[in-house]
Ligand binder design. Structure first.
Ligand SMILES: [Zn+2]
Length: 569
């Protein structure tokens, strides 16, 4: 047999959790044809000697819905071994929505997900109204990786109810119209339906995004449509109940009933929090109880703490103070000069202590007021990190002075981290290892200048596998490939098996690691975002074609739209 591509001499970790073995992988027509000792020829050969050959990783919690229109590669996820993503999470899809109403849908996305409206305006060629038309548009786009998509509640509500979506309960006519749209979307290949009920999701004018106006009955009925069709996953950005045991109990009861009554798999993200360290546990118990009662539930977890990434190039915790505001509007070089002026600097430091605490509410991944114990210096891409408070104590200096000094030492390009949740790494590890969890939640495509979690997969492999030896490589690969592929029904992906899609990542387990992020202005209309790459990834293969070699794009764009089960039958 003549192969299109052969991966020679690699160590196969096949995604199932089974132990590694040495073999070659032969690929024909985008599929794995042979795993074994191959003596035949191939048009292209990748030498994987000394490297791991694994199924491409899958990130099921992204917001690439807008980005896919201007960035076929799916950066930054593709730089961390990702070959498939699921987008449309948390109720935010770009369809159904006609071009004339696109600003309403963008209003849902702008603040909640920190995607610049001018980037969306410049980067998206709007060619759809209905959800099936949107999927067709994504299918036609050139793509480096594979994309699956949910239909989002905020878009759905806005499509059916217009401006009322942001203020009103749905009428029975509204609800019937929404149910019709969900049915059409699932039939066309949406992988599920998503919603948000969290206060973190607000519009730029501080109003809730549209899905938050829905009653629980509205949610139940829309999920019920998927139940009737026996297809689709339901993803929810949880209600804000974490610190109140009674509300947690009541909410968990509703979630369980929804999963059991409809039969639809229910999924949501869960984090531990220093403010309520054990509030995540009942959600994991719930997943077990739901399964025992006949429903399905799986929990999306992160591989590290969820951090706001701060710097003078983006935001600092002090930007809202009047003296700082003045400084921060200047070009970076001028800010640097001013920060070196002792008088100005004195005023800036004083302002931090004199100004009454800013009480405006920060939501989502917006920076919080400075708490120096929880302001970490990102000297490298993986922990441990020292806090500004610790360094200040060591040097016997004021923490604001330390913050400024550290920033100046890197010409204001030093990044700082503000952990929002998942501060306790023992909890993180416990969650990663829970049998009903799935390691995902990069939020790739969203919060583009606020957080940088597209590296959570390379972090799992470098931190938990190599540095901590807390997870085996076989377990970690399974967490990133077979587990998400199974939960989201990405049939024929997530394992290295003959006949399965040739989505493959080849990496060096001794060196794979995320690199430090950088700030770039490469979004449409020059909007800014954080970028983060990784080292140690030798090649990324999608549908049998090498898309990245040493994380450089080869020019190939073999990615596909992955449609849900009803569209494949
Ligand atoms: Zn999200």
């Amino acid at each position: 047999m003549q192969y299109d591509l052969m991966i020679k001499n690699g160590t196969i970790i096949d995604g199932s959790g089974l132990p590694r073995f040495r073999a070659d992988v032969g690929i024909v027509h985008g599929k794995i044809a042979t795993i074994g000792k191959i003596r035949d020829r191939a048009k292209e050969v990748l030498d994987a000697d000394g490297h791991v050959v694994a199924p491409g990783f899958i990130d099921a919690h992204t917001h690439m819905d807008a980005q896919v229109f201007w960035d076929p590669l799916g950066t930054c996820s593709c730089w961390h071994g990702i070959t498939s993503v699921v987008m449309g999470n948390c109720g935010f899809s770009l369809a159904p929505c006609g071009e004339k109403d696109k600003l309403l849908v963008m209003r849902n996305l702008e603040r909640a997900e920190d995607i610049a409206p001018e980037a969306m305006e410049a980067g998206i060629k709007w060619s759809w109204t209905t959800y099936p038309e949107y999927l067709d548009a994504v299918e036609r786009l050139p793509k480096g990786i594979n994309y699956a998509a949910y239909v989002g509640h905020s878009a759905l509500r806005t499509y059916v109810m217009g401006e009322r979506a942001f203020t009103d309960a749905a009428t029975s006519d509204d609800l019937e119209a929404m149910k019709r749209e969900v049915r059409d979307a699932i039939r066309a290949g949406a992988v599920g339906f998503t919603t948000s009920r969290t206060h973190n999701h607000q519009t730029p004018d501080g109003q809730p995004v549209a899905s938050r106006l829905a009653t629980w009955d509205e949610v139940r009925q829309l999920v019920g449509v998927m139940g009737e069709m026996n297809a689709g996953v339901f993803e929810i950005a949880n209600e804000d109940v974490r610190f109140d045991p009674d509300r947690v109990h009541e909410y968990l009861g509703r979630l369980k009933a929804l999963a059991v009554d409809t039969g639809v798999p229910v999924t949501f993200g869960m984090f531990s929090s220093r403010q309520a360290p054990d509030m995540w546990r009942p959600f994991f118990t719930l997943a077990d109880e739901t399964a025992a009662a006949g429903g399905r539930m799986f929990i999306q977890v992160h591989s590290r703490s969820l951090n706001v990434v701060l710097s003078f190039e983006t935001v600092t915790p002090f930007d809202k103070l009047p003296v700082w505001q003045e400084l921060r509007t200047l070009p970076l070089a001028e800010q640097e000069a001013k920060l070196r002026d002792p008088d100005i600097r004195h005023k800036l430091v004083e302002a931090v202590y004199q100004t009454p605490r800013d009480s405006s509410r920060r939501v989502g991944a917006e920076p919080r007021a400075a708490h120096f114990k929880w302001l970490l210096v990102m000297e490298k891409a993986t922990p441990p990190y020292r806090s500004v408070a610790e360094i200040a104590a060591d040097l016997n200096k004021d923490p604001v002075e330390v913050f400024i000094d550290l920033a100046l030492a890197k010409h204001l390009k030093q990044f700082f981290l503000q952990p929002l949740v998942n501060e306790n790494q023992d909890h993180v590890l416990e969650m990663i290892k829970h049998p009903r969890s799935v390691v995902t939640f990069s939020d790739s495509g969203a919060h583009v200048s606020q957080i940088m979690d597209s590296s959570l997969q390379s972090h799992l492999l470098s931190h938990w596998v190599r540095e901590k030896q807390a997870v085996t490589l076989e377990e970690a690969v399974r967490m990133l490939s077979f587990v998400p592929a199974s939960h989201w029904g990405l049939t024929g992906r997530g394992l290295l098996r003959e006949g399965w899609a040739a989505d493959v990542v080849i990496f060096d387990p001794n060196t794979i690691t995320p690199l430090l992020p950088e700030l770039t202005h490469d979004l449409p209309a020059g909007a800014r975002r954080l970028q983060q790459k990784a080292t140690g990834i030798v090649a990324t293969v999608v549908n049998g074609e090498v898309v990245l070699r040493n994380n450089e794009h080869t020019g190939a764009l073999p990615g596909q739209l992955l449609r849900g089960p009803l569209a494949r039958r």
